[in-house]
Design a protein around this ligand. Sequence first.
Ligand code: GDP
Ligand code: CA
Length: 325
Amino acid sequence: MVLDPRSKLDHHGKVVALVGGVGGAKLAYGLAKNLPPEQLTIIGNVGDDFQLYGLHISPDLDTVMYTLAELANPATGWGLAGDTRQMLDMLHTYGETPWFGLGDRDLATHLLRTQWLREGQSLTAIVGRLLAGLGVKHRLLPVTDDPLATVVDTAEHGTLAFQDYFVRHQWQPTVTRVRYQGAEDAQMTDQVAAALDAAATIIMCPSNPVLSIEPILVVPGIREKITNRRGVCIAVSPFVGQQALKGPAAKLMGELNLDISVQGLFTYYDGLLDGLVIDETDREQVAGLAEQEKFTLMTQTIMNTPDDKVRLARECLDWVGRFQP
Ligand code: GDP
Ligand code: CA
């Protein structure tokens, strides 16, 4: 089932999706199959960006790009399908112990991005060029072109750069605090500001609330624009049965004393949400709570196949219509 993207979904007006990496990219893909490029803007997280061997790597932006281009590795959700690891093998030969998975074809993305940044192009422009090269028509905008880095304070190892925590330490250290370095001085891009101003529907995709969505929300002005929206803002929960489907979201939020229940997510996104999409498995959480039932869509939120992604996106878009005046 692939829907005609030109089918009438005008009651949503323009849609903005906030995404992180693998979880968010799945819904972004579904939205892109339901909406024409001029009706959807995807805003991506740069808090994961880092430098390795002189290269500027943007893991979340690349995950979204590859997913939209239908090139992502289906086994992992990140990296390129069918990619090889000869470059990493060669690093081993030199006695390096590479801990970050850079595929051979994937490397081309990092080489070009790094080169183009050195030439003075903005990350926004670069992502646009890369998307065009991959034949993707939908817009993916980094929330900012300025440096912004998520860092994690841990009980065992002190402060860790994000990828040190996430990849090298496999998100096992106990997190005491998450910080977004550079956020206060980061500016949202003009394109991001315009997209949020024009949005009739804002969707927070099922990404890690603290590690993927928050580093977007902390850029000055973003939260205000969402608060002062003229349309509707919903989130899709990344939790199923009070567990993360993958990664540290539940563990980390527990360590930070954040509640991942339905009520907990409404509280976490304090004042930003009109509605929350949750998995059917979590039905009992809102049972009997009339107020919460009204603001909650219960459906199957696990997206394994392309059809799952398209269907969930469609359900979200249909549901949003209920909130329109
Ligand atoms: P990362 O940057 O690659 O870690 O990815 P995100 O932050 O975008 O997403 C991580 C979150 O996605 C995890 O909390 C998962 O529980 C969630 N997730 C992954 N796949 C799915 C899915 O199919 N459905 C839902 N609802 N959540 C998902
Ligand atoms: Ca990420």
